[in-house]
Design a protein around this ligand. Sequence first.
Ligand SMILES: [Mg+2]
Length: 386
Amino acid sequence: MATIMHVDMDAFFAAVEVLDNPEYAGKPLIVGGYKDSRRGVVSTCSYEARQYGVHSAMPIAQAVALCPHGIFIPGRMGRYREVSEKIHAIFPEFSPIVEPLSIDEAFLDMTGCEHFYPDLESMALRLKGRIKEETGLTASVGVAPNKFLAKLASDRNKPDGLCIIRPEEVDDFLHNLPIGKLWGVGKKSAQELNKLGIYYVRDLLSYSLQDLEAKFGQSFGLHIYNLARGIDPRKVEPLHEAKSIGHEITFEDDVTSLAILKSQLGRLVEDVGWRLRRHNLYARTVTLKVRYYNFRTITRSHTLEAAFCDDDTIFHTSFRLLEGEKLQPIRLLGVTVSNLTEAVQLSLFEEVESAHRLSEVMDKINARFQRGAITKGRTLINDDSQ
Ligand SMILES: [Mg+2]
């Protein structure tokens, strides 16, 4: 049985802001744009802001309406990356098999390493302690037999959470879980499942795989069938062994606005590009994944002649794929790059190298000025923080 640990920083961008600006402590803080930002979208907000119903991926204007006295700031991507590097540098102290999932999240395969600690709880506490010591920030940690359960566990007692799901506790944990908490099930999907009398994960168990596929499409049907049984065969994959690097977001509400989709795509691309460059990898293929309001799930890929690792190429390629599709309410959006290589063919070297250098220069400028200012107007400064 595997032992997987999922680490997720608490409201990461907002927490870094509070760390650097103690006067923000205890106040509703919204990162994503100034109050008058017309096209801004909330990237992260403090727990205080969440009490007003503000959440990530919400237009700033809506957040202002919900929380007019909140503090609204655009965010400083460079500074968040700097803190992120410190956090990611800690993980190898705990396991040789680490999968950085985003700027503030990672999976650690602790199988075998758990014996170095008196018990799983001390192991998780040690990691939380190291992060606090290095950065002054809190993380939530989940420990479980697979990735999907470890991620659910880290979310359980947020913020500053710690939750362990032992193999013998998996069924109990899952059965009593509200259906909306399942990975990939947003508010709308949950409502549709509710209509069938499915409120908790246990209610899914009476449906056969064929039933679920017929009702929700092959991809989503199989997905929830497996999750309800605690099945997730994905391994913790260090990036240098990865065949692809991707990120996806399930929206709270179905999204039809192209402006919001575009900004969310920018957010996904930032994460994917960051992981590519962090490991000196290049990709040649971009794949867009879209799940529509009716559970229809499509993927569209495009392979380029030249290898790339810059955000711009990933963004423009995936956005063109998105534009090629009929605009219907979208429930989930994902971007993956594949065809990964470490070295670049010589003839293509210069071209790719200059794009790489541009992204690196932007990373550095952002770090120096501690602003996410150089984002060409499309991106959001964003994360997945819960
Ligand atoms: Mg987080």
